[in-house]
Design a protein around this ligand. Structure first.
Ligand code: F6R
Length: 263
């Protein structure tokens, strides 16, 4: 697991955006794994700006989002489909028909989960998966106790997640308690994973992810098993790590090596 500690939210977003831009430069028809929540918004803004400047194109790519609230149709303002349209898809040159988000309004969630897995496989698997992290260590909606080899399925949201996400819902809106989420096994199958976290509220979850044991109690710790995983965090999110100086040293060495190899 590569741990990159940067000074602030903007630097974290820029680092993450560059990984997506490099992926698309290498493979124009890349399969992108995307996330919602507040953390990726700055990264999406950077991708939109780069797309408008002609520095990156999404026209041959496709995307799969991590999760969706069960019970919300895509035109519901709190649905993750709606969020993605507003925050990214409506502003870039991606083919709308090639953007996939689990079907929140399905009559048959079990079949919808299997269909989602099948579609990811048919597209050749996810090349680069963006992740945020919950204060309880969740990735996607894989809450603590989720199976570390789980696939896309219906998950009940943990009370901590419901309270963390209550800020997005107004008093008269009913907040869903169920979701469809890619499983941890689905996420581990991605060829590269990029987890972003900023702010002190994420510091305990990041310490458990990077330096804690591999455990379903912290679903993000499963990324310790990922063959190509990077955790990009700001100083506040890094504040409970013990080996920060080592991670910074490794990153300096990585940058030197990349410069030498012209990567
Ligand atoms: C969203 C998702 C969640 C969020 C996590 C952090 O698609 O999968 O795991 O990444 O809840 O959310 P923020 O970024 O709002 O703190």
């Amino acid at each position: 697991m590569q741990v990159v500690i940067l000074k602030d939210t903007d630097a974290v977003a820029e680092y993450g955006a560059q990984l997506f831009i490099k992926q698309l430069a290498k493979k124009t028809d890349a399969v992108l794994g995307l996330a919602t929540g507040s953390t990726p918004v700055a990264l999406y803004q950077k991708l939109i700006a780069a797309n408008k400047r002609g520095e990156v194109s999404f026209k041959d790519s496709c995307s799969f989002n991590l999760d969706e609230y069960l019970g919300l149709a895509g035109d519901h303002p709190q649905s993750y489909r709606y969020f993605m349209q507003q925050q990214l898809f409506d502003h870039i040159d991606i083919d709308a028909a090639q953007t996939f988000v689990p079907a929140g309004d399905t009559d048959n969630p079990i079949a919808a989960c299997q269909d989602y897995e099948d579609m990811i496989r048919e597209k050749g698997g996810i090349d680069i998966q963006l992740l945020g992290i919950g204060t309880n260590g969740h990735i996607g909606f894989n809450e603590p106790s989720s199976g570390l080899m789980s696939r896309t399925r219906v998950k009940t949201l943990a009370p901590a997640t419901i309270s963390d996400n209550a800020r997005f819902f107004s008093a008269d809106e009913e907040q869903p308690h169920l979701s469809i989420t890619m499983g941890i096994g689905t996420i581990l199958d991605s060829r590269q994973s990029v987890l972003l976290a900023t702010g002190a509220a994420k510091a305990s979850a990041i310490a458990a992810t990077v330096e804690g044991p591999l455990t379903a109690a912290c679903p993000a710790s499963a990324l310790q098993m990922h063959p190509n995983s990077v955790v990009v965090i700001d100083e506040e999110a890094a504040s409970k790590l013990e080996n920060t100086e080592f991670y910074k040293h490794v990153e300096r060495e990585n940058q030197k090596l990349k410069a030498k190899l012209g990567l």
